[in-house]
Design a protein around this ligand. Structure first.
Ligand code: UGY
Ligand code: MN
Length: 244
């Protein structure tokens, strides 16, 4: 249904709201039995790429020259490197440093949130190492003391990592306590529930399945609406000096 050209999607200088009715699917180089929805890329002004990979059983991602972070949205995937083999289910995630030889093979129909970024080394600091984890094993932290707003940091708090990926869970009615304006950019995938997102000078209704990119300094605020918690996966560049 073309909906007479109407959509909630919006692309502004400092933000992008990408809603499922506008998703375009295409395989990326090296992908087999699968397609990618590229939500954001340097072409839009971002310093990273985020896409949703939709894989058929036995489907695989291609290789990347960048660091790769993968969060399993649904289904399950086998991760094989030269020295390890692990299966990840929904809520499982992995961080792969640049140059990690690996294959990712879907065991069933699987959707993956994939973030790729060129690594920014830091003098005197050892580079980040491969990591596999499970969101349910991460202890939540109340954001600024608000027990209705839980943050789970999926990557270690270490300068070896040049980005962070967190989940944030808002009880109905919970909201960010301030409008944030910061140098970091964000890639955000709504996983559950919904609410109102302020981006720049606009307020958008958002719901599970939506993607948002926020440029550096994009004014941002979120309040959860409805009777179920709202939850999102959020990327930000992290741990590096703004001049580097
Ligand atoms: O980590 C963050 O900057 C986060 N609080 N931003 C956001 O949720 N838009
Ligand atoms: Mn923020």
């Amino acid at each position: 249904m073309h909906n007479l050209g109407h959509t909630r999607s919006s692309h502004q200088r400092d933000h992008l709201l990408h809603t499922p009715d506008c998703f375009v699917r295409a395989p990326l180089p090296g992908m087999k039995l699968g397609t990618a929805i590229v939500h954001v890329a340097p072409a839009a002004g971002a310093a990273f790429t985020q896409y949703t990979a939709e894989l058929e059983p036995e489907g695989t991602l291609g290789s990347t020259a960048a660091q790769r972070f993968v969060y399993v949205l649904d289904g399950s995937v086998d991760l094989a490197t030269g020295t390890s083999f692990q299966t990840l289910n929904a809520g499982g995630y992995m961080y792969l440093p640049e140059g990690t030889e690996h294959t990712l093979t879907a065991r069933e129909r699987t959707r993956l949130a994939v973030i790729e970024k060129i690594y920014q080394p830091l003098e005197g600091v050892t580079a980040a190492t491969m990591l596999v984890g499970k969101e349910s094993s991460i202890a939540p932290v109340a954001l600024m003391g608000d027990v209705d707003l839980e943050v789970r940091s999926l990557l270690p708090d270490s300068p070896s990592y040049d980005f962070a990926v967190n989940t944030m869970t808002y009880q109905p009615g919970a909201a960010l306590s301030m409008v944030e304006v910061h140098v970091m950019e964000h890639g955000l995938l709504m996983l559950e529930g919904g609410g109102i997102y302020r981006l720049g000078d606009a307020w958008y209704p958002v719901t599970a399945g939506d993607f948002i990119w926020m440029s550096p300094y994009c004014p941002q605020w979120f309040g959860a609406l409805g009777k179920q918690p709202a939850k999102y996966l959020i990327y930000k560049d992290w741990n590096r000096h703004p001049l580097s």
